[in-house]
Design a protein around this ligand. Structure first.
Ligand code: 0RA
Length: 640
């Protein structure tokens, strides 16, 4: 009897919990866009990874099924099924009650091996159905839920047994609820990247990825026995490297710190931070701790071996990191996050731990490896030299006849000075720029035409970048400076426009221009992207004009195919070759008018992916670039 009463009480609170998740899904998984959808997969996978970290699982299978569901299977201990004090099998509690609840991105609050099962109840609540199979203690148990509510009868408080087995593990399948999500098609490239990252961070784990969707069917095994070393090796695979890969690890105050680094002859640094297996796009204290300690020890080595003389200033941290690729991964029992996207680690003790491990371990290494030390210091020397030249160049740029907002002849600025409503369109080509100037609403829309292909910022040195007229006019128009570490001059609060819209033709050249601009922003003004100010205009490819009924703009070939299928009767089709071919009215309607245009918001989900793509796209070989551009042409998250 008591059990029955408790069951009622707990089932009411369970229902309330599920209802809360379904009412405000964004609170639990960030958003209901494609990004939020992917998050469902990560939540379940992270639980299986926790089982690996606890030492009980070495294989995880992730399958994207034909019906749009996902199956995540692990060979861990299996979720406990025994009767819990509330009169429910433990498994039902794990899958129906909110644990940490309410915080954005629960997974970021999870500790390794600690809060098992956090987040899986959220996935359950947001799934049309969830199906669970548990192998444990010699038996196979089965459970099933509909929008988070159990649909199977318990037998004496226990889950139905469907068979016997010698193995152990958990298999969870779920179908994301189309009532909740804007789209139910996963962004599999992001899932694959995340799984690959997980494999690098957990060298003992094998992740088998399988996509059963006919158009994209594939199978990939992610297993990276070399761990962080392999991670660095692969990040640098298309770069010229100058040193071997150096690794370090240690534990300080209960915080485990692991890292790997290598120098390349690139002009920039690439330092990635992870906490409890989760990528920290905005960095944070572990990265700061690493950087501070690294700068200190390198400067003292530089003096010791005479690279810096008594009268010389210290190298800056940025000098020292010139060409550096590094990954810092820590395990923290109670991580806290801050920042725009809650991806910046905030625990001060993480800085201390990282600094301590880095100083001790790297000093041990460099004491014994003088050649590597000399290479690193010569990178720093080079960087310092360039910095000094650039500081001069920058002063020149700033003292030149003061840039007047409207007077560089190219920028057609808007009338309003209220940044929160202003938009700037960066338009490729003078003729399209001309039409855009006529077509826009001059009250809040500014047009900046740029000519041809801007400089490839990945490859160019910073003085060339700063000398480039197109880039200068963009930096000046945006109004917030730029950052290259050499004295971070970027100040987003000075940004003059809420939206920066890249407007390029819907062809391969247009996509290339987009990539070049995104690389520029990513390298020198990343906050623009982090804070959601960068958009790509999506001009239509066709206009369908039916004999009867409304004209319709079609944005890609798939839309045209759909139109042909669903539209009865005759229609004429106009094909746009480029922005330049539209008259002012068409341009207004398709790309400028906020009511009717289609914009794609640019996000950095993952700086590693972005920088890899940047590397790939900027690399010397053309074929992979083409392939990427085509593959992603239909892949946009559309914001109207
Ligand atoms: C709670 C307790 C234990 C394991 C798990 C949950 C668990 C959860 C998931 C989710 C996916 N795979 C999982 N595997 C295990 C510990 C069980 C024990 O002490 O035997």
């Amino acid at each position: 009897m008591t059990v029955q009463n408790n069951y009622d009480a707990s089932s009411i609170s369970v229902l309330e919990g599920l209802e809360a998740v379904r009412m405000r899904p964004g609170m639990y998984i960030g958003s209901v866009s494609r990004k939020g959808l992917n998050h469902l997969v990560y939540e379940i996978v992270d639980n299986a990874v926790d089982e690996h970290l606890a030492g009980f699982c070495d294989e995880i299978r992730v399958t994207i099924c034909q019906d749009g569901s996902v199956t995540v299977s692990d060979n861990g201990r299996g979720i406990p099924v025994d009767l819990h004090e509330k009169g429910l099998p433990a498994e039902r509690l794990v899958l129906t009650t909110l644990h940490a609840g309410g915080k954005f991105d629960d997974s970021a609050y999870k500790t390794s091996g600690g809060l098992h099962g956090v987040g899986s109840s959220v996935v359950n609540a947001l799934s049309e159905w969830m199906d669970v199979t548990i192998c444990r203690g010699g038996y196979i148990y089965h459970d099933r839920f509909s929008r988070g509510i159990p649909v199977l009868e318990l037998e004496g408080g226990l889950l139905p047994v469907t068979g016997r087995t010698r193995s152990t593990g958990t298999t969870i399948s779920f179908l994301p609820d189309s009532e909740i999500f804007e789209t139910t098609r996963f962004k599999t490239d992001d899932i694959k990247n995340r799984l690959h990252e997980t494999a690098y961070l957990n060298p003992g784990l094998t992740i088998l990825y399988k996509d059963e969707t006919p158009e994209t069917a594939e199978e990939i095994t992610f297993h990276e026995p070399d761990g962080l070393t392999g991670f660095i090796r692969d990040i640098n695979s298309s770069r010229e490297t100058l040193t071997d890969i150096v690794t370090f690890s240690g534990t300080e105050n209960g915080i485990a710190v692991e890292g790997a680094l290598q120098y390349t002859n690139e002009f920039h640094e690439n330092v990635l931070g992870f906490c409890n297996n989760i990528y920290n796009a905005e960095g944070g204290t572990h990265i700061t701790g690493f950087k501070t300690a690294f700068t200190t020890i390198m400067n003292s080595y530089a003096r010791e071996i005479g690279v810096l003389k008594e009268k010389d200033d210290n190298f800056t941290g940025t000098d020292i990191r010139n060409g550096l690729t590094a990954v810092i991964s820590i395990k923290h029992p109670a991580p806290r996050f801050e920042g725009q996207t809650k991806t910046k680690l905030d625990n001060q003790d993480a800085a201390k731990a990282a600094a301590k491990v880095v100083s001790e371990e790297l000093v041990r290494f460099f004491d014994k490896n003088l050649e590597t030390l000399k290479t690193v210091l010569s990178c720093a020397e080079k960087a310092a030299k360039i910095r000094k030249v650039e500081e001069k160049a920058k002063t020149n740029l700033l003292v030149k006849p003061k840039f007047s907002f409207d007077s560089n002849g190219k920028l057609a600025n808007c009338e309003s000075r209220d940044a929160s409503i202003c938009e700037i369109f960066i338009v490729e080509g003078d003729s399209a720029g001309g039409s855009a100037k006529t077509a826009r609403d001059r009250h809040f829309q500014a047009i900046l035409p740029i000519r041809g292909k801007i400089l490839n910022v990945e490859k160019a040195s910073i003085d060339k970048i700063l000398a480039n007229a197109e880039i200068k006019s963009m930096i000046n128009a945006f109004g917030c400076g730029f950052s290259e570490g050499y004295g971070n001059d970027f100040d987003i609060s000075k940004l003059r426009y809420d939206k920066i819209v890249i407007m390029a033709d819907a062809d391969v050249d247009g996509a290339h221009i987009c990539t070049l601009l995104l690389t520029l922003f990513y390298r020198f003004m990343p906050e623009l992207i982090y804070e959601g100010h960068v958009y790509i205009a999506m001009p239509p490819l066709y206009k369908a004009m039916p004999a009867k009924g409304k004209e319709e703009y079609l944005y890609d070939d798939a839309a045209l195919a759909r139109y042909r299928k669903t539209h009865k009767g005759k229609f004429t089709l106009q094909r746009y070759k480029g922005l330049g071919e539209m008259d002012a009215a068409q341009l207004w309607e398709t790309t400028l008018n906020p009511q009717t245009r289609l914009l794609r918001k640019v996000e950095i989900d993952d700086a590693r992916v972005a920088s890899e793509i940047t590397g790939l796209l900027m690399g010397p070989e053309v074929p992979p670039r083409r392939e990427f551009v085509y593959r992603h042409a239909n892949d946009a998250d559309l914001d109207i």
